[in-house]
Design a protein. Structure first.
Length: 501
């Protein structure tokens, strides 16, 4: 009987492997890879200064440095950088090595979403939700193709907390509650962005199964253990991570409104991110949004007594917690909504009650992503500041025997990373410059990412790198001090003649 059962299961797996549905899911997996390769090789994949900082932190982890947060930040833990450092140790540091971890975390998130879907919306919706996340929202394909330290953690921890919330409601065992607490703590340390999804998920689990609170004796200590680096750093720095203020004036309700429009339509693909332009004609856009709002209200009511209500509770509560932070005033870039994106495919996949509808939804997601990506790549202005290729700049600095540089954020840390710190560069805001008897010294920047770099550049023989079409006022003073200029495409290097230096 056992042999017969095993043979039956094997035959079922073989039938599934060659079924149209399996082919659809496999094609979606391939499509997600192709889209990411497209982004990586396009202008949208140009490395940036933020990635440079993250890469440098990962490299310094190999030297035994383990900061609580990425340099210069009071949020954004180093959990993604620990495996990145291991990759650097094995393969060496490079942009592709730096970006492996967020790509893997995105794939892992798709799997976790599938597991969440099995406990909430059932099959085939669960598989559709996981597959849909791999190819949509379009913004994720760009944002998570870069390594910014914690955005891939945003989606992974959100999906994982949803799954663990369901698991403690199913069975509040000591093990499950303990793991729940530990993950909540680790997630909070890694990325404070998850708070708007963490709070409603935990509240929902208490509402659905308050019995798990009897195991707080294990959950609370493990949560504190997971968040310990966050706690220690903030205890030493006046709890700076709790400051959610921003110098742009806005009201709480204005930020909620911005979430509703334009950011939510932007993240689902009805508006272009950046320009905020509508993808479809205005009346059609409003009609689609009205239909989606009605379907959401119907789904929330219909599932109010089931596990599916978790998805709706998180979706409803999210904007009201999210808008507490004044940083969410940004209306052209939905980066703070990345953490919300695991919820979206679970909502949309409920429409796919059959595999045919599921295939249609996946096709629609792919079409939206291809259309928006093509538009952005085709209309994106040639990226000159800074350029995609730093080799001409590095070659010029090498010929000038320059190993220390002041520049903008977007040039400095990328330059340090690409040269394996053979050239150390730091950001400056060009507030002023003085002569110390040997060379020009800019006024120290108010925001220093890594003090040892700052000290090294100030003490060493340094040059200045500016955007050629946006020279700061200190450039005139540098020429009076005898600095010569060397054009490098869209950049220009200001350096003293070697004999004088």
């Amino acid at each position: 009987m056992t042999a017969l059962a095993a043979k039956t299961q094997l035959q079922a797996l073989r039938r599934l492997a060659v079924s149209p549905w399996a082919v659809t899911l496999a094609a979606t997996g391939v499509a997600g890879i192709v889209l990411r390769v497209w982004v990586y090789r396009s202008v949208l994949g140009t490395p940036d200064g933020d990635e440079g900082v993250v890469g440098l932190v990962a490299r310094h982890i190999l030297d035994g440095q383990f900061p609580a947060f990425i340099w210069g930040l009071h949020y954004g833990g180093i959990q993604e950088l620990l495996p990145t450092a291991a990759i650097f140790w094995i393969f060496g540091s490079s942009w592709i090595a730096l970006r492996i971890v967020p790509m893997v975390l995105t794939a892992a998130t798709a799997v976790v979403i599938w597991r969440v879907g099995r406990r909430t919306i059932g099959e085939p919706g669960a598989a559709i939700a996981g597959a849909l996340f791999w190819i949509w929202p379009t913004y994720n394909l760009v944002q998570l193709a870069h390594q910014h330290g914690y955005y891939a953690s945003d989606v992974f921890y959100t999906a994982l907390i949803l799954l663990l919330s369901l698991r403690v409601v199913e069975e509040p065992s000591t093990l499950r509650v303990g793991v729940y607490g530990l993950v909540l703590g680790l997630g909070f340390w890694q990325t404070s962005h998850i708070v708007p999804t963490l709070v409603p998920a935990v509240a929902w689990s208490v509402w659905r199964r308050p019995q798990w609170l009897r195991k707080l004796w294990i959950a609370a200590p493990l949560a504190l253990l997971g968040a310990l680096p966050w706690i220690i750093w903030n205890a030493k720095h006046g709890w700076a991570a709790l400051d959610v203020s921003y110098d742009a004036h806005s009201t709480y309700w204005h930020r909620v409104r911005i979430f509703v429009s334009p950011l939510l339509p932007m993240i689902i693909g009805l508006r272009e991110y950046g320009s905020q332009a509508r993808v479809l004609p205005g009346p059609l856009t409003y009609l689609i949004l009205a239909v989606l709002a009605a379907l959401f209200a119907y789904g929330a009511y219909r599932t109010r007594r089931s596990n599916t209500s978790l998805i709706y509770v998180v979706a409803i509560v999210f904007p009201f917690i999210y808008a507490i932070s004044q940083w969410t005033i940004e209306s052209s870039d939905p980066r703070y909504l990345v953490v919300f994106t695991p919820v979206l495919p679970l909502l949309f996949a409920q429409l796919a009650t059959t595999r045919v509808r599921g295939a249609a939804l996946l096709a629609l997601g792919a079409i939206v992503s291809v259309t928006i990506l093509h538009h952005h790549i085709a209309t994106y202005p040639p990226q000159l500041d800074p350029p995609r290729d730093f080799r001409p700049l590095i070659g010029t600095l090498d010929r000038l025997d320059v190993h220390y540089v002041y520049s903008s954020h977007w040039v400095a840390y990328r330059l340090a990373f690409e040269t394996n710190e053979r050239i150390i560069a730091v950001k400056n805001n060009w507030a002023g410059v003085t002569w110390d008897g040997k060379q020009a010294q800019p006024t120290p920047d108010a925001y220093i990412r890594y003090p040892p770099y700052e000290r090294a550049v100030r003490a060493g023989r340094h040059a200045f790198v500016f955007y050629r079409d946006a020279l700061p006022s200190i450039a005139t003073q540098l020429r009076k001090y005898g600095y010569r200029t060397y054009d490098v495409g869209s950049l220009v290097v200001y350096a003293l003649p070697q004999a004088r230096a």
